[in-house]
Design a protein around this ligand. Sequence first.
Ligand code: GKR
Ligand code: MG
Length: 414
Amino acid sequence: MRIAEIRLTPVAIPDKPLLNCKGVHQPYALRTVIEVICADGTVGLGESYGSIKALEGLRRAAPALVGLDPFHLHALKSRVAAALPEGGGINAKSAVADHKLVDVVTSAFEVPCMDIQGKVLGRPVADLLGGAVRETVPFSAYLFFKFGAHIGQVEDEWGEVLTPDQMVGEARRMVAAHGFKSLKLKGGVLHPDLEIETMLKLREAFPHHPLRIDPNGGWTVETAIYIARKLEGVLEYLEDPVIGMDAMAEVAAATSIPLATNMVVLEFDQIAEAYRKRAVKIVLSDHHYWGGLRASTHLGKVCDVLDMGVSMHSNSHLGITLAAMVHVASATPNLSYDCDTHYPWTGTDVIDEPFAFRDGSLAVPGGPGLGVTLDRTKLGELAAVYEAASIRERDDTAYMKQFDPGYERRVPRW
Ligand code: GKR
Ligand code: MG
């Protein structure tokens, strides 16, 4: 069995004006839909980032994979590494963390290869990862402060969310619509006292939901310790309160709340330092940059050995990514936290049967492979949106400046 052709389709997904410590989401989030086609006609699906560097890396590596056996995943990685000798990172300058191109591209092609393997064997991808240890995978409601409308557009269905009470309203709607059993707030947006008030109001409104807040390193060590003291006993975990391993270690030493990260531990090489410095108690996995689905289960094992927890990170994404997330989460035994997902904000998809959360969870697709099929009409529509859009790179700060010309990117902000 050999790979005969690879199709890469950049798409633009309509997004909401969601706020974070670096600015606001642009009207579109960019992704790339990947189709790996074997000589016998079997097609594997994948999804990855749509930013310029990621897309260029995918385009440069794809020809090197023609002729590869989709079961040969070590060879896949070496071919990708050979095709991208200068490696480097994929993120735009405005980002605060970077992801290695070779890992990102390897992962992007590993998923469709595993989809193919599953189709050939008649088994779900979860079975290729050791088998599902849970039939359903729970997700948390990903809450964002937000503007009511994009520039030049009418107000969206969520309206403006810029106060603690409005945030409780957003959470109620999210939970009512999808049944989520835990809540994660994207913080670092409002003044710290308002974000503390928000968490306390969420606690009051949802007494039994585990709560998390993630300001993406938007706080100084001093601010983070102040906030942690006010939220002792309230949070399940505190995600990336500050930037840098040493700063995380300082905050960790000052609070009993476990610290989680998708910003200081992004690669296997960084785990030892985080462990030594006791900087982090929970690592967020994400198959898009950890090197793939198998690498994500390896991360689970490493964390298990080090007595660290595993949760799952998300960026704006479509259903192909969500399918992969569900398979790998189901097959990572110690992934004991509800996974993040931006899916409820996406509102559109390229798969024939978009996912619907039940009690905040998704059932592991029965397969074979990822268990999802491509809606070509939708793919064509979102590809046309990409072609027509002027956005080629995520830049939350530049877009924020259109709302507020005096806005400056400051990390930490508070
Ligand atoms: O969508 O604004 C966002 C998030 O801030 C995202 O970019 C982060 O990567 O969700 C992510 C996180 O947990 O840090
Ligand atoms: Mg995070």
